[in-house]
Design a protein. Structure first.
Length: 321
C-alpha cells in the first residue's frame, strides 16, 4: 500500500504488463498474450507450483483492452497521463524510501550517540565507585591494624588465663581420680572384711541361713504353682463357656434350618482330640494367617486365628476372649 499523500494510478500500464511497446502491432500484442498466458495460466502450471491468479488477471485485462482498436485508441489517448501519474507515483515512493532511510540513519546515529553517552556515564560512575571503594578498604585496613595492635596484648593475656585454667582443670581431675581410687580401695577393704566375718560365723548360723533360704524358695514355688493352677481353672471355665455358646449357636442354626457358617467354606468345626490348657496371659497372644483349628472348640478358621507365643496354642477369638 502506498503512502497516504501518494495515490497509485487506478489504470495499469497495459503495454508494460504485456512487455511490448506502445506502437506494437495487433499480431505482436496477440503473440505476447499467448506467450505470457502459457507461463502464468493456472492450467499450464506444473503440479505443486504456486498459482498467481492476480498476475494472470492483469495480462488478461491488458490483452482485452489492446486487442480491440476502439478500446486501444481510448487507452492511448490517456496513456500519457497514466504514465505520468505512474512515474510520479514511483518518484514519490523513491523519495519516501530515501526519507525513511535518512530518518532511520539519523535515529540510529542518535541512538549510538545516546549509548556512547550512557557508556561514558557508566564508566565515570564506575570510576567514582572504585575510588570510593578504595578509600573504604584503606580505612578498614587502618582500623584493622589498630585493632590488631590492641588485640595482641589481649591475646597474650587470654593465652595466659587459658593456660592457668587448664592447669587448674588438670589438678582437679587428678584430685578426682585420686578420690575415686581411694573410695574403690575402701570399698574393696569393706567387702573383704564382710567376707572374713561371714567365714567366721558359727556352723549353726550358716545352717539356719540355708534353711531360711530354702523356705523362701519353697514358698515362692508354691505361690507360683497356685497361680498356675488358678489360671488353668480359669482357662477351663472359659473353654467350657465358649463350647456352650457354640452349642447354643449351632442349635439355633439347626432350629432355623440354616447352615452353619463353616458349611460354606468360611470355617468348619471339629471336635478337639483332648482339652488343651493355656495359662499364659491373654495379652501374650499373636495372630496367625491361614487354615488353623481352635484347640478349645474345634472351629477351623480359614483366614486368621490367635496363637500363644509361649506354647503355640491356637484359639479362635471367642475362646481367647
Amino acid at each position: 500500500m502506498g503512502p497516504p499523500d501518494l495515490l497509485q494510478p487506478e489504470v495499469a500500464d497495459y503495454y508494460a504488463a504485456l512487455g511490448i511497446s506502445q506502437d506494437a502491432s495487433s499480431r505482436e500484442i496477440k503473440s505476447a498474450w499467448f506467450k505470457l498466458a502459457k507461463l502464468v495460466h493456472p492450467d499450464k502450471k506444473a503440479p505443486g507450483t504456486t498459482i498467481d491468479a492476480d498476475e494472470f488477471r492483469k495480462i488478461r485485462e491488458a490483452y482485452d483492452c489492446l486487442k480491440n482498436k476502439n478500446t486501444r485508441a481510448r487507452y492511448n489517448a490517456h496513456c500519457g497521463y497514466i504514465r505520468a501519474r505512474r512515474e510520479a507515483y514511483r518518484e514519490g515512493l523513491e523519495k519516501l524510501r530515501k526519507d525513511e532511510e535518512q530518518s532511520q540513519a539519523k535515529a540510529q546515529a542518535e541512538a549510538q550517540e545516546r549509548e556512547q553517552e550512557r557508556a561514558q556515564e557508566r564508566a565515570q560512575a564506575r570510576a567514582e565507585w572504585d575510588a570510593c571503594l578504595k578509600k573504604i578498604i584503606e580505612g578498614w585496613m587502618m582500623l584493622g591494624l589498630r585493632f590488631l595492635q590492641r588485640g595482641r596484648g589481649r591475646a597474650c593475656k587470654k593465652a595466659a588465663h587459658r593456660e592457668r585454667k587448664q592447669q587448674k582443670k588438670a589438678a582437679r581431675e587428678r584430685q578426682e581420680q585420686a578420690d575415686r581410687e581411694r573410695q574403690e580401695l575402701e570399698a574393696d577393704r569393706e567387702r573383704r572384711r564382710q567376707e572374713e566375718e561371714a567365714s567366721r560365723l558359727p556352723a549353726w548360723e550358716q545352717e539356719l541361713k540355708g534353711m531360711l533360704e530354702g523356705w523362701v524358695h519353697d514358698l515362692r514355688e508354691e505361690a507360683a504353682g497356685e497361680r498356675l493352677r488358678q489360671q488353668r481353672l480359669e482357662a477351663e471355665e472359659e473353654a467350657k463357656k465358649a463350647r456352650a455358646e457354640q452349642e447354643v449357636r449351632e442349635r439355633d442354626w439347626e432350629d432355623r434350618g440354616e447352615a452353619a457358617p463353616g458349611d460354606g467354606g468360611g470355617f468348619g468345626q471339629q471336635t478337639p482330640d483332648a482339652p488343651v490348657l493355656c495359662a499364659h496371659p491373654v495379652w501374650n497372644w499373636g495372630r496367625t494367617w491361614g487354615h488353623e483349628r481352635c484347640v478349645f472348640c474345634g472351629v477351623v478358621r480359614r483366614k486368621r486365628a490367635l496363637v500363644c507365643v509361649d506354647c503355640n496354642v491356637v484359639a479362635c477369638r471367642i475362646c481367647k476372649s
